[in-house]
Design a protein around this ligand. Structure first.
Ligand code: PGA
Length: 246
């Protein structure tokens, strides 16, 4: 599985980051582990990295290089040692990112050879199923200006906002996740060539914990997880990874 540890702003010391990196290395034999440190620590941990663990930026700037104070461009992120970029996380969208900006960032990431992980997810579920159209729109608008070849590189992370930062008990059920993954692949089938939709990597995020990881992984059709809170303590992250290791 592809398991991304989204450290968000939970990690504020290099020492803590180094400890988590060391723990991730021990877990990377059977899974692809990708770490998302806060930007100041990305280069410190990722530069010259020769382990099986990979790195992902939590966000990239809307711009390319130049007179752009405070921005972390895709090129600089790649140079720091990341190979992936999270695009459109709901916590970025909550700060004003719209679908047009997400699409632009996706293009910047791909142009620099970073594999984008496109985050999508509804705020709430309505009885009429409007949230399904909302998710389709998030994917379609992000893919609109990409070539077929570029589209095939995008990893989708389905993260319903109502399930983020809660507990395993309040997360999505395995049954609902299975349905959502089918739906996302159906949307992708209209956008990707050949067997692209069945091959695309689809992740789930939102209160994945050691307690529910196994049930969510089994038979739901997902290719991995985007983990927040449970990824910032070595013990809980190890327990989570072990839970999905058969
Ligand atoms: P959570 O966060 O695991 O703490 O719910 C997931 C995410 O926002 O990526």
């Amino acid at each position: 599985m592809l398991i991304i540890a989204n450290w968000k702003a939970y990690i504020e010391s290099v020492e803590k980051g180094k400890k988590l990196f060391a723990a991730a290395k021990r877990l990377s034999a059977k899974h692809e582990i990708v770490l998302a440190p806060p930007a100041p620590f990305l280069g410190i941990l990722a530069h010259g990295n020769r382990s099986k663990v990979s790195f992902i930026a939590q966000d990239i700037s809307r711009t390319t290089g130049g007179a752009q104070t405070g921005e972390n461009t895709a090129a600089a992120i790649r140079e720091a040692g990341a190979t992936y970029a999270l695009i459109g996380h709901s916590e970025r969208r909550a700060m004003g990112e719209d679908n047009a900006l997400v699409a632009k960032k996706l293009q910047h990431a791909l142009a620099q050879g970073l594999t984008p992980v496109l985050c999508i997810g509804e705020r709430e579920r309505d009885a009429e199923g409007q949230y399904l159209a909302f998710l389709r729109e998030e994917i379609e608008s992000a893919f609109a200006s990409l070539s077929q070849k570029e589209r095939l590189q995008v990893v989708i992370a389905y993260e319903p906002i109502w399930a983020i930062g809660k507990s395993a008990a309040e997360s999505i059920t395995a049954t609902d996740l299975t349905e959502m993954v089918l739906y996302i692949r159906k949307v992708l089938a209209d956008l990707l060539p050949g067997r692209g939709a069945s091959r695309a990597r689809v992740l789930y995020g939102g209160s994945v914990e050691p307690e529910n990881a196994r049930a969510l992984a089994q038979g739901s059709g997902i290719d991995g997880f985007l983990v927040g809170r449970a990824s910032v303590e070595p013990d809980s992250f190890a327990a989570l990874v072990k839970a999905v290791t058969v």
